[in-house]
Design a protein around this ligand. Structure first.
Ligand SMILES: [Zn+2]
Ligand SMILES: [Zn+2]
Length: 458
């Protein structure tokens, strides 16, 4: 894969070296406050795609060769996505003032989006902590957990960035030969060697808990680094959605993780799920694959992700694959929103542990039964209603309500971006319920469960 990627990157560099025009921009909200944002430039004829970020003051500049470009400006789920077409001439300098409308402010309702799994140069990531924090801010995240492999090297730098409008929390991806797990909210390094046996993994969980920190099992069904000790269930959270591909596709690991999680829930184990980016590169060099001819992409995937089920799937779904690759692996793609009363590290970690959360790569998805949120329990002697609100900056195609692992309601949404609905649930049919929404692949969101208890008299 590296050879092909280097070729694409080299072509882009040549294009930049030959640059003869300049685009300068400022991103603002409707009240003229400057916003950090992510800006992507496409020229499909030239096979060009470049991702940049504004600076902390909301300004950006880029040198490009003359030509026509599509520009996409985003700031996460709560702002509109703006797309521009633009023509750049020789020696031209274009100045843009871009206003992103805020679709909603979920923080006012106690919902704060964040990412529990990201890397920097202190392990195998490409950027330093400040660059990562800027990309998190540009993705509209309120909090972010740095989890480099087996090191807290970036700790001081990361924590010092908490004055930039993001709560920065330190963690570690405890990386062993038998699986990866996150320690989140730790004060000191968790030892990872030698981890081979059940006892070794138990000791790691115990050490994390002795630091009053959270444990998260990472990419448990990853094709290369699965978590081999899932039967030791003293972890707090399970990552069912790692990186770009939502768990709706089988064969890549996330779909399998979601099915395993449903099994745990059906066994009465209330372990909340997590969606996190596992970002290693805020420019998502991987997304450049989307520019290559489909046959070459397939060849690369065959080598990198040799799973027959997945390969068969993508072979028949070129557009799906292109969408997925183009969507990229950025901080906050996907993310987990938590419901909290106080905006502190402690309350964020507690809400994650209690499953007061939903997971998304775009759509905002709120669900409650009589005011009870995900992570809470409803006890009723009769049928209940689940109230659902969706706000999305991309069209939604379908909504599904899943009870005890089975879909109990499925609705076609017809490309709406904002809608509410109410679905009746029978608590005797199963002890937990989640809601999912689907847009054009890979747009997806899912809640953590609201638990149901059927009153005996019913
Ligand atoms: Zn990992
Ligand atoms: Zn990782």
């Amino acid at each position: 894969m590296k050879g092909k990627l280097l070729l694409v990157i080299a072509l882009i560099l040549v294009s930049v070296v030959l640059a003869d025009g300049k685009i300068l921009g400022t991103v603002l909200d409707e009240n003229d406050n400057r916003l950090t944002a992510r800006v992507r430039f496409y020229n499909f004829q030239k096979g060009f795609l470049s991702t940049i970020y504004t600076d902390w003051d909301g300004t950006f500049e880029i040198y490009l060769s003359k030509g026509e470009y599509e520009i996409e400006v985003t700031k996460g789920s709560e702002f509109e996505r703006k797309i521009y077409q633009l023509k750049l001439e020789d020696d031209e300098e274009i100045r843009l003032s871009i206003t992103l409308k805020r679709l909603c402010d979920l923080t006012k309702m106690g919902w704060f989006g964040g990412d529990t799994h990201m890397h920097t140069i202190y392990s195998d990531g490409k950027q330093n902590p400040e660059e990562l924090a800027l990309a998190c801010s540009a993705a509209g995240l309120s909090w972010a957990i740095l989890t480099d492999h087996n090191t807290l090297g970036g700790k001081d730098e990361w924590l010092s960035l908490s004055n930039r409008g993001i709560i920065t929390i330190i963690g570690e991806e405890v990386t062993t030969k038998i699986g990866h797990l996150n320690a989140m909210g730790i004060a000191k390094l968790v030892q990872w060697q030698p981890a081979q046996s059940d006892d070794d993994i138990k000791k790691i969980f115990d050490e994390i808990h002795s630091q009053d920190a959270l444990t998260q099992i990472n990419h448990p069904f990853d094709l290369k680094n699965p978590f081999e000790k899932l039967h030791i269930e003293s972890y707090d959270l399970i990552e069912i959605w790692n990186g770009g591909a939502p768990p709706i596709v089988k064969g890549l690991g996330n779909g399998e993780a979601q099915q395993y999680w449903y099994k745990l829930l059906n066994e009465g184990k209330r372990i909340p799920a997590i969606a996190a980016s596992d970002c290693h590169d805020i420019y998502s060099a991987y997304s450049l694959l989307g520019l290559l001819p489909f046959e070459i992409v397939l060849q690369i995937l065959k080598k990198e992700l040799p799973n027959p089920e997945f390969l068969e799937y993508v072979k028949n779904n070129e557009q799906t694959l292109r969408n997925w690759v183009k969507y990229g692996l950025f901080p906050g793609t996907p993310r987990t929103y938590v419901n909290i009363n106080q905006v502190t590290e402690k309350s964020i970690l507690q809400a994650l542990k209690n499953g007061k959360s939903f997971m998304t790569n775009g759509p905002l998805l709120l669900a409650n039964i009589d005011g009870k949120q995900p992570g809470e329990e409803v006890s009723s002697s009769q049928k209940v209603f689940i109230d659902i609100d969706v706000i999305s900056n991309q069209p939604i195609k379908e909504l599904r309500v899943v009870q005890a692992g089975k879909p109990v309601c499925s609705m076609v949404i017809n490309d709406k971006e904002v809608f509410s609905c109410r679905v009746q649930i029978d608590p005797t049919e199963g002890e937990w319920v989640v809601v999912e929404v689907f847009g054009d692949y890979p747009v997806y969101a899912i809640t953590n469960p609201i638990y149901l208890k059927a009153n005996k008299s019913y």
